[in-house]
Design a protein around this ligand. Structure first.
Ligand code: CUA
Length: 153
């Protein structure tokens, strides 16, 4: 084998080992993981499990609201949300059946909502208007009809 071939082989293996060590160090020593909020729920018992036994919107502070929402084919519960402009809304979401999406137009909200997991995401709504909420994960024959709105007054 040519000498420079050996050098390059060694270098590329060295880099692979190096990257694996860095990733391993971050995952195990620093405890870094995907930025998901890991909280589990039995998808068969969503209706009986707090807080999803009472989906809805609650005022939890000055300009602060909590929305507990379930997603199911092919709807969002609750499907009408209204908050005053300038409100921060904390969403707690789960799916009762298959994987759905939770995307809110004109915001940075774009979450995957999986059965068995609780998804949390917060957003401040500054501008009044009707915000379109869409499911952006294909979830079945009625997927394209799965939408609702958030009204900011
Ligand atoms: Cu729910 Cu697509």
């Amino acid at each position: 084998m040519h000498r420079s071939e050996k050098v390059w082989l060694l270098l590329s293996f060295g880099m692979i080992i190096g990257f694996m060590l860095i990733t391993g160090y971050q995952a195990f020593a620093l405890g870094m993981g995907p930025p998901s909020h890991e909280e589990r729920i039995d998808p068969q018992k969503v209706d009986e499990t707090a807080p999803f036994d009472r989906p809805g919107i609650t005022k939890i502070g000055e300009n602060e609201y909590e929305v507990v929402m379930t997603l199911q084919i092919f709807s969002f519960t609750p499907n009408q949300i209204e908050v005053p402009a300038g409100s921060t809304v904390h969403f707690t979401l789960t799916s009762k059946d298959v994987v759905h999406g939770f995307q809110v137009a004109d915001t940075n909200i774009n979450a995957m909502v999986m059965p068995g997991y609780v998804q949390k995401i917060s957003q401040k709504f500054e501008k009044p208007g009707e915000y379109l909420v869409l499911c952006n994960e294909y979830c079945g024959a009625g997927h394209q009809m799965m939408a609702t709105t958030i009204t900011v007054k």
